[in-house]
Design a protein around this ligand. Structure first.
Ligand SMILES: *Cc1c(COP(=O)(O)O)cnc(C)c1O
Length: 364
């Protein structure tokens, strides 16, 4: 059976690296089950070992799960929710909510009043991502909400960058500018904006001016960022699966579906019961169809082909190549040059986000 090994010391050292690099508080973003690491486990780890008491997630059910596991910690829901039922749940659980429209502010305020509480919120501004939040030209509405809805407690203001892979500094500056204007509108009206934040991992790494009062980091904690890793962030996540069987194949024998590999000499092979079913070697699909993105993708594919890295795993500390195609539940490694036997562990670099949720997470 496969397990996903989560190196907790790496998560902690990645957090520390981001704290040192940015010099502001880091709000861990644990959406998507903490990018596959396991949200409750990671929240507990960060609380106990890194003194973190504020955790951000995207979905209400994630927030509910974390609040149940860690009732004394602040859980910040990054997405705006619009129905009465959801708003009631936010109040009932005592979450820190995101407010991105006047309507949802009124709704949340009314329910908070009814429950006799003040609901902590961060105001969200859409400075260019086009998903949610007050548009800068609607800042006045955010001001009204903050000023007159007394059962909302403004704990912060935030926005999200749309393009921070290092190639669009102008765009980042423009978004930052718009965000600052929104904050200024609040301040001018006598509203204390709380902590202001706009950068996620990439923005926090690349742009000092975007760090503001805090940064929100998810991928940096896994050491799997979309920009050059200048901080020595360490990749978290290895899939481990035992060797099921070891045997010899003669020269000229096929390995795997599609007959894409034939042995050139007698080969000792290990079969390992993992593959696509566990999420191994799954890749993100292309989701942009602009000509320039397709060309960029094509160039990347060409570079990979020229480099011919092949797939590999590590057995008893030795890297070994995989032969033929990856299967649903079987991969084959060439172990002609190493000593190993059935039961030894094969270990694969694996992005936890892509690893099947049924694969057990083991925390080292
Ligand atoms: C996902 C997300 C983040 C974290 O992004 P990373 O690039 O993984 O650090 C931060 N803020 C918001 C609003 C997000 O949705």
């Amino acid at each position: 059976m496969s397990t996903l090994v989560v190196q907790t010391d790496r998560i902690l050292s990645n957090l520390e690296a981001m704290r040192k690099h940015t010099n502001v508080p880091v709000i861990p973003v644990l959406k998507g089950n903490a990018y596959g690491l396991g949200d409750v486990a990671v929240a507990r780890l960060l609380k106990e070992k890194a003194d973190v008491h504020l955790f951000a997630v995207s979905r209400l059910e994630e927030a509910a799960r974390l609040k149940e596991a860690l009732p004394d910690e602040e859980i910040f829901l990054l997405s705006p929710y619009g129905t009465e039922k959801e708003a009631e749940e936010i109040i009932r659980l005592g979450l820190t909510a995101t407010v991105g429209s006047y309507g949802s502010a009124v709704l949340l305020n009314g329910l908070a009043e009814k429950a006799g509480v003040r609901c902590k919120v961060h105001l969200k501004f859409d400075t260019g991502l086009g998903r949610s939040g007050f548009l800068p030209e609607e800042s006045e509405k955010a001001v009204q909400a903050a000023k007159y809805l007394k059962n909302l407690k403004i704990a912060g203001c935030f926005s999200h960058l749309s393009n921070c892979f290092g190639k669009d500094e102008k765009g980042v500056t423009a978004q930052l500018d718009r965000f600052q204007k929104c904050i200024a509108a609040l301040k001018n009206a006598g509203v204390e904006p709380g902590i202001c934040h706009i950068a996620a991992s990439n923005g926090a790494i690349l742009y000092p001016s975007a760090r503001l009062d805090a940064v929100r980091c998810g991928s940096a904690l896994l050491g799997r960022v979309g920009v050059k890793n200048r901080l020595g962030l360490q990749k978290v996540g290895r899939l481990e699966s035992p060797i099921a069987d070891v045997r010899w194949l003669p020269e000229g024998h096929n390995v795997g579906y599609g007959n894409t590999y034939t042995t050139r000499k007698p080969a000792r092979i290990a079969t390992i019961q993992t593959g696509y079913a566990d999420g191994l070697f799954l890749q993100k699909v292309r989701d942009a169809f602009r000509t320039r993105d397709i060309l960029r993708d094509g160039w990347h594919v060409l570079k990979v082909l020229l480099h011919r890295p092949g797939l590999h795993c590590t057995i008893n500390g030795q890297p070994v190549p995989l032969l033929g195609r990856v299967g649903m539940c079987t991969v084959v490694a060439d172990v002609s040059d190493i000593t190993c036997s059935a039961g030894d562990m094969a270990s694969f670099d694996a992005n936890p986000l892509l690893i099947n949720a049924n694969v057990e997470r083991v925390y080292l």
